[in-house]
Ligand binder design. Structure first.
Ligand code: SAM
Ligand code: SF4
Ligand code: FES
Length: 347
């Protein structure tokens, strides 16, 4: 089929075959039409508001060894930190003062906080009237349940890649099956579920990316976060090329066409590759931004990949910066929690 027909089909029925997605990803001639279609679907299903989620990177301690990530356990160059529970709650309070309605609690995967610590943190932040998103990696179903009951609303756990062979190569000591188990448990427990992938991993093809997009759809993910893989010199993938900005935006735009009412962030990694990256993303299907509210030296110590934006800026500076940019393209900062709209489409 012609590329424009594929774009029209996706915009109309929010469904494509794997072959059609691969055709879209391979051909760059109609990218502008693709981005405009994704922008229209975004506007129609989730509106012109942009939801800001305050990101608290509360610890860089990690027991895993993901090949792409600067926080991997075997990277001895990282100075490890963990914020105290009361410091984390204080950052959430500040996020509230910047009018963020959600905080995202993100960390490396570790046991360095007890379940009781996490319950205390979640309950205290919940009492501030904020929505809470967790991004703590793989846990047992019981632990996910305890945090849900403590008040967590959403969970982010990217599948990273749906290709089992690539997954295995990049995640020593981890299993694709357990990743899927976590995603199923989270959904089953009633979390709003976020997943996503890295774009441009070694040996990843356009077919792999098409499978990733179809996976988000089959999971009926509520949130999909994706961005380019950016090689980090202190990891085994130091010599790799990494993903491109354009392919990342295309994967995101197609994801919007197929999951019209999902929450999709314009990610930090996108802005790392293009200085206007988040705005371009917001005009190509995205409706969420996650400004960093981590303070001081800790920002620099949560270094997943080189060139991460905002590491020398304060939370206060970032809120002004991103608000100005969003208003500059005629969009508004949402004053709501920004859950996925209830009506489920195309079932
Ligand atoms: N430890 C938790 C986990 O893995 O789900 C949460 C924190 S982890 C740092 C968050 C995300 O960072 C991962 O899902 C991964 O996609 C992304 N990431 C890690 N290294 C990256 C890199 N080199 N380039 C781009 N994104 C990266
Ligand atoms: Fe740890 Fe997450 Fe980085 Fe993997 S991606 S090394 S689990 S922080
Ligand atoms: Fe941090 Fe622009 S959002 S400096």
């Amino acid at each position: 089929a012609k590329i424009v027909d594929i774009i029209n089909k996706a915009e109309t029925i929010h469904s494509l075959t794997k072959e059609e997605i691969v055709d879209l990803l391979r051909c760059d001639e109609y990218d502008q039409q693709l981005f405009l279609a994704a922008d229209r679907v975004r506007s129609q299903y989730v509106g012109d508001q942009v939801h800001l989620r305050g990101l608290i990177e509360f610890s860089n301690i990690c027991q895993q060894n993901c090949f792409y990530c600067g926080l991997r356990k075997e990277n001895t160059k990282v100075k490890r930190y963990k914020l105290t529970p009361d410091t984390i709650i204080d950052l959430a309070n500040k996020a509230k003062s910047y009018n963020y309605k959600t905080v995202v609690l993100q960390s490396g995967e570790s046991q360095s906080y007890t379940v009781a610590d996490m319950q205390y943190i979640i309950k205290s932040i919940k009492a501030l009237g904020l929505a809470i998103t967790l991004s703590l990696g793989e846990k047992s179903r019981d632990e996910y349940q305890i945090y849900k009951e403590a008040g967590a609303d959403r969970y982010l756990l990217r599948i990273e890649t749906t290709n089992p062979k690539i997954y295995k190569e990049l995640h020593p000591g981890m299993s694709f099956e357990n990743r899927l188990r976590c995603l199923r448990d989270l959904k089953d427990l009633g979390y709003e579920l976020g997943t996503g992938c890295l774009v441009g991993l070694p040996n990843q093809t356009m077919e792999c990316l098409a499978d990733d997009i179809l996976f988000f759809k089959s999971l009926d993910a509520d949130m999909i976060g994706l961005g380019p893989f950016i090689p980090n010199a202190d990891t085994p993938l130091a010599q790799e090329r990494g993903g491109t900005f354009n392919t990342s935006i295309k994967v995101m735009a197609i994801t919007r066409l197929l999951l019209p009412d999902a929450n999709i962030p314009a990610t930090t990694a996108m802005e790392t590759l293009d200085k206007n990256g988040r705005i371009i993303a917001l005009q190509s299907g995205a409706n969420v931004v996650m400004p960093n509210v981590t303070e001081g030296e800790y920002r620099k110590m949560y270094m997943l990949y080189p060139g991460k934006i905002c590491v020398n800026d304060t939370p206060k500076h970032c809120v002004g910066c991103i608000t100005g940019k969003i208003q500059g393209i005629g969009r508004h900062i949402s004053t709501e929690f920004g859950f996925r709209p209830k009506q489920k489409i195309n079932k």
